[in-house]
Design a binder for this molecule. Structure first.
Ligand SMILES: [Zn+2]
Length: 273
């Protein structure tokens, strides 16, 4: 499933081909995505130019250069955006094309159709889907003090606390597990009973695992222009996620799997306290 690093890598990968380009055609082959593709999408887009791409959490924001509207694109469970060239034949599950005057085509592929594309007036910042999101993990607003302040008197375990989108966006199951391992914090520990110093270590760890994933995505997803189907999402070097029953890479203890907040959680009972 595309997580924040894949969405950020996608933004960086497609931006050079479509920013500043005029949209000449919009083709919707399958409108039944998680949110139906707006019927007036082509009418709204054709003739407009594309402004600088942004991202908020796992939403890719593609603004029109005149500021009148912004496309909000979510990749769902299995979606991907890549650049095709005019004349490249669509493959199965290539549902939407945004054709630009330069001949580059932004092409959306999504076998399970849990993703969507929708548009909002203006810069899109008033979209209700973005209204209650916590800070971006790589922004300065996300830090140990923020985690400490939000967690006081909270009895929820720290892992589901960290995975809450209102606390920080982008700390999905993989990254939360890896960051807690890196910070040496037991995922079961009550969020309200963790010290400021330990939250500072945790915030640094979250930033490190996500930044590493984005960097790795940048090297793995080099080729956004190809007829090779969807970009292959990358498998990061993981310390705990998916490794239950195997030895801890730090101390050799057997990694344990438990369920926390309905999600599988793997951790080292020796290194994480
Ligand atoms: Zn260990």
């Amino acid at each position: 499933m595309p997580e924040l690093p894949e969405v950020e890598t996608t933004r960086r990968g497609i931006a050079p081909y479509i920013e500043g380009q005029e949209i000449t055609e919009v083709l919707v082959r399958q409108p039944r995505l998680r949110v139906p593709v707006p019927e007036d999408l082509a009418e709204r887009l054709v003739g407009a130019s594309i402004g600088p791409l942004a991202r908020r959490a796992k939403y890719l924001q593609i603004p029109l250069a005149d500021g009148s509207a912004t496309l909000l694109w979510h990749l769902g469970m299995s979606g991907s955006l890549r650049i095709a060239r005019l004349g490249d034949l669509p493959k199965k599950h290539d549902h939407v094309d945004v054709v630009t005057a330069s001949g580059y085509v932004l092409r959306y592929h999504d076998p399970r159709r849990f993703g969507f594309v929708d548009w909002q007036q203006g810069d899109g910042s008033k979209d209700k889907r973005l209204a209650h999101l916590g800070p971006e993990p790589l922004d300065d607003a996300f830090n140990g003090q923020w985690l400490f302040n939000l967690s006081r008197n909270k009895r929820v375990a720290v892992k589901p606390f960290l995975m809450d989108n209102q606390v920080v966006v982008g700390a999905g199951n993989i990254y939360a597990a890896e960051a807690l391992f890196m910070a040496g914090i037991d995922p079961r520990r009550a969020a309200g009973r963790i010290s400021l110093a330990r939250y500072e270590a945790l915030a640094v760890a979250v930033k490190e695992v996500l930044a590493a994933a984005i960097t790795q995505g940048g090297t793995t997803l080099r080729d956004f222009v190809s007829g090779q189907g969807e970009p292959g999402y990358f498998a990061q070097q993981l310390n705990v996620y998916g490794r239950h029953g195997q030895p801890c890479l730090r101390c050799g203890s057997e990694l344990r799997r438990i369920t926390l907040g309905q999600r599988a959680s793997v951790f080292c009972p020796s290194c994480q306290r």
